[in-house]
Structures are given as C-alpha cells and as structure tokens.
Write a protein that binds this ligand. Structure first.
Ligand code: RRO
Length: 322
C-alpha cells in the first residue's frame, strides 16, 4: 500500500473504517467505472499496486452478455461536470470472470464487482456467478438500468427494489451493496426497501439524467441522445440525497458525487457516510483519491478527531435533523 504523506498522518489520525464487515485501510473507494485498473496494471504494472489510491476497488459494471456500449460521442463536458453516455461496454460475465477477475484479484485491496441485469433472471445469474468466486469480497447491484420486463428502472421503484432483493439475497452470504440512482421521486422508500430485504450497504449517487445539444446541428450531441451527469455540479444533490438516505436507513453508506477534496469527503461523512468514492475527479488526476485521503486526514485532525471511526458517530450526532 502507499506510504508517503498518509504515513505521516497515520501517526495522528486513524483512517481505518469498514464496509459491511470488510475492513478497509481508509474510507476512499473508486466510483464504479471511473478507474480502469486492468488497463492501469497492463501499462504501469507493480507501481499501480504499490501506490493504489483506493481502499477497495469497485469494478466497472458488468452485464450477462457482452456489450459494445453506446454510439459515440459518449462524453460532454459541462462547466462543472461531465455527462457520460458510455452504455455499459463490457466483456459479459463469462469474459469478465475469465479475463479480468484474475487481474483485478492481484490488486492489494478488497474487490467489489458491480453487476447490472436487464431482468431479475439476469441479476440472479450475475450474482450467482460473481459471488461464488473467492476473489470477490462483495457485489454491488447497479439498479440504474431498466428492467426489460416491467420497463421500470429497478432503483426508481421501492416495489421493484424489494422484488430484486428478495430474489438475489438468498443467493450469497457475501455483502450486497445497492448503488442508488438519484433519478427518482423519493429515494428514501427505495433505500428502505433495499434494507428491509437484506442489503448490507448502500452507495450513492449514480449519475443524474442529463443531455447536451450539438452546437452545430441543434440535435443531440451524445450518440445515445442522453446520458448521466457527474462531477462537482452534482455534489449538493448527492449530499442532499445522502442526508435523506441516512435518515431513512441504518445501513452503512458509501457517499459519492463530485468529491474533489478532503473537505468534500468529510461533508459526506458528516451526513452519515462511512465511506466515500472518488469518480470524475480521477479522470483529471488518476491519483486524486490518494490526495483526497490525505486531505481528509488533515481535515479530521483540524477538527480534533483522531479517527474516522470516532468521527462518524460524533459528526452524525451533530448533523441537522432530516
Ligand atoms: O456505462 C454507463 O454509461 C454508465 C453506467 Br453502467 C452507470 O451506472 N452510470 C453512468 O453514469 N454511466
């Protein structure tokens, strides 16, 4: 694991935390799909393992069948964020298990595999296949995709959320983390449904529905027409939803949405998140998460807090009523 600035801070601030029973060196994960560890390992080898910036690694979401992803263009930069319309390109579960998992298993941190099904049957096959592998510490359920049978985005409906959890919860004793979508009328009931039916943790937020207009044609810029917004523009929305979900459930939370600095991470922790994730900022600086980790240690020290474990209940007690 990386040393340097954090080794100095570690003498005074204990950054260790846990997520659904998984012990973590510090609270900073990656947002799914924002750091290609397989490509990084191929290009930079051992250096990636030695200086790995995240305390757990969340894979890019995989689906049952291989997918090529959306037509380009797939990205549009906004004044304070990024719209993506990547469209789930991936090797499919078999390709992932055969080719990517053995590589990701060499990372020095616990591995969380993100899965998305277009039906409950697909989710079942994905959870069975992925959770059975010893290299996998936990499974993240990406519920931002439409169910082809109901036409409904699972994460936007408490009833769909409950039905999915009832189906997949019995399949594995490993932690199931539900990644919540912000594109929902009321996020609390969805979070509660996930908790009631056995989720071990919640991560939030996925991207906000967004689009961009091609200045030349006046038509849609993105090949798929629309996409999802991330980056600092969404941070206040992510904080509001984190606060709402913290009030609705007792589950551990991984807070994310536009985190660029340690102070941003502390804001999510203050609202009840025991972990945070860095996503869009990693595109600008692949080591951003290590900086966020070190800045978070300084922020805790400035607040006379000696550990994240101490900070969480104390800050939680201080947070505004929901
Ligand atoms: O691949 C994507 O386009 C994508 C996914 Br699966 C997701 O969960 N969130 C997002 O912003 N893009």
């Amino acid at each position: 694991m990386s040393v340097g600035a954090s080794a100095f801070m570690a003498e005074t601030v204990d950054l260790r935390t846990e997520l659904a029973g998984i012990e973590l060196e510090h609270p900073v994960l990656n947002g799914s799909g924002t750091f290609d560890a397989v490509a990084a390992l191929r290009s930079f080898g051992e250096e990636v393992r030695e200086r790995f910036p995240f305390s757990a690694f969340v894979s890019k979401t995989i689906t049952l069948a291989p997918r090529g992803g959306n037509r380009p263009p797939r990205l549009w930069e906004t004044p304070a964020g990024l719209i993506n319309s990547i469209g789930l390109p991936n090797k499919g579960v078999e390709g992932f298990l055969e080719h990517d998992l053995p590589v990701l298993a060499t990372l020095p941190v616990p591995l969380i595999v993100s899965v998305a099904g277009f039906s409950q049957d697909e989710f079942e096959t994905l959870v069975r296949g992925v959770a059975a592998r010893g290299e996998v510490a936990a499974v993240e359920l990406n519920v931002s995709c439409p169910n082809v049978k109901s036409g409904c985005v699972v994460g936007s409906e408490a009833g769909e959320m409950a039905a999915l959890m009832r189906r997949v919860r019995p399949l594995t004793p490993k932690p199931l983390i539900v990644k919540l979508t912000p594109n929902v009328a009321a996020i609390g009931p969805v979070a509660s449904a996930a908790e009631e039916w056995g989720a071990d943790a919640l991560s939030l937020i996925n991207t906000l529905r967004a689009t961009a207009v091609d200045p030349a044609s006046g038509g849609p810029w993105l090949g798929a027409g629309g996409g999802g917004l991330s980056g600092p523009a969404v941070r206040p929305v992510a904080l509001a939803l984190t606060r709402e979900v913290a009030a609705a459930t007792e589950l551990p939370l991984v807070g994310m949405g536009g985190i660029q600095r340690g102070r941003d991470a502390l804001d999510f922790i203050a609202l009840g998140a025991s972990c945070v994730a860095v996503g869009t900022e990693t595109f600008r600086d692949p080591m951003a998460a290590a900086r966020v980790r070190d800045e978070l240690a300084h922020e805790l020290q400035r607040a006379s807090l000696r550990s994240v474990r101490d900070a969480l209940p104390r800050l939680r007690g201080a947070r505004m009523p929901a």
